[in-house]
Design a protein around this ligand. Structure first.
Ligand SMILES: Nc1ncnc2c1ncn2[C@@H]1O[C@H](COP(=O)(O)OP(=O)(O)O)[C@@H](O)[C@H]1O
Ligand SMILES: [Mg+2]
Length: 339
């Protein structure tokens, strides 16, 4: 783990990866542009855990899982991971504290949204369609991404789109509720699905919701449930629906609105059954049956929220105390009658 703590430009990892410059610092890691000295002149990206995550085996197991999942994927819209020969030595694999991927020269979808959203509808639908293709591939290989957001989508200068960051991804079969047992997805509260908040078992439908949020943001220029308070944002998406996109931008077509709102249904069963099904709609919006989901949205009103909070306080706070008091009074009455 020593290499992790000292990772900085100028350092060569394992005599092979010369770190050239720091490209970004994510929630859990630092991303370096590096030169692969064994494959000159290949430029690669080296992802190193932040020092706070580099101690303990838990963090490294997340990185190792990210690499295993990345290596199992092979799709034009998914980031390519570099398989390291040294990994035939299991001891070294255990010690190595970085993953290596291709370098995508370009910017993230988050940058594009910050600069230009709302995007023209055709462009937004095309990006969402390619994202669906990437996600379908991830699902076909038996994984769920769990952290779909614009910062995890790279747009290459050559027109490529790559889904990146498998740090929270899991095998669909073993997926437990997502936020338990490890750090919550930092900065992802805009994109988390209602069933994740309710700590229901994670499923591919979580990723469909994530694509819905990204599409909503591309088309309207704002998040469906904006805000600074992650708890308020979380409860809003469990209790109600976002404003219809066409209320924010009347130029959005009814079909595009219908697609986005279907991906954002609170009940996962009402969403698209697969990313491929969503992609088919995005590719041929003129064929979408507009069922006017926009008229069936439940707004998140302060009244509804207050009612739910009151019910929760009653259930979690008042009821147990009341039961204890009743128990105590009962016991006291019983003891008094025996005296
Ligand atoms: N292969 C890559 N090529 C270019 N930039 C990248 C690459 N991978 C990551 N980045 C940049 O680094 C940021 C964080 O990377 P990411 O893998 O999402 O790390 P984290 O798990 O810490 O969020 C991305 O949002 C992007 O700006
Ligand atoms: Mg990320």
């Amino acid at each position: 783990m020593a290499a992790v703590l000292k990772a900085k430009p100028g350092l060569t990892l394992d005599g092979r990866f010369l770190l050239l410059e720091e490209l970004a610092r994510g929630g859990m890691s630092t991303i370096f542009l590096a030169e692969d000295l064994e494959n000159r002149p290949a430029r690669v990206v080296v992802k190193v855990p932040l020092p706070i995550f580099s101690s303990g085996t838990g963090a490294w197991s997340i990185f190792q899982r990210e690499e295993e999942i990345g290596l199992a994927l092979d799709h034009p819209c998914v980031l390519k991971f570099v398989r390291l020969d040294t990994d035939t030595d299991p001891d070294h694999k255990r010690r190595r504290s970085y993953v290596v991927t291709e370098y995508v020269e370009g910017r993230t979808l988050a940058d594009l949204i910050a600069e230009r959203a709302p995007l023209p509808e055709r462009e937004a639908l095309r990006i969402a369609s390619r994202l669906c293709a990437a996600v379908q591939h991830v699902h076909d290989r038996g994984f769920v991404h769990y952290d779909l957001k614009p910062a995890n989508v790279m747009l290459g200068r050559d027109g490529t789109l790559r889904l990146i960051d498998f740090g929270l991804a899991h095998a669909a079969a073993t997926a437990r509720f997502v936020l338990a047992g490890r750090p919550p997805p930092i900065g992802s509260s805009d994109y988390v699905a209602p069933e994740q908040i309710r700590r229901k078992r994670g499923r591919p439908s979580v990723d469909i919701y994530g694509i819905g949020v990204i599409a909503y943001e591309m088309l309207t220029g704002r998040a469906p449930f904006p805000g600074d308070d992650p708890f308020a944002m979380a409860s809003a998406r469990v209790l109600g629906d976002p404003p219809a996109p066409r209320l924010l931008h009347p130029r959005i077509s009814r079909e595009a609105e219908e697609i986005v709102l279907r991906a954002l249904r609170r009940d996962p069963l009402e969403r698209y059954p697969s990313a491929a099904a969503m992609q088919a709609a995005l590719d041929r919006p003129e064929r979408v049956d507009v069922s006017n989901l926009c008229d069936r949205l439940v707004p998140v009103t302060p009244g509804r929220r207050r009612l739910r909070i009151a019910r929760t306080v009653l259930l979690v706070g008042v009821l147990p105390v009341a039961m204890q008091v009743a128990l105590f009074l009962g016991l006291w009455g019983y003891l008094a009658s025996r005296r």
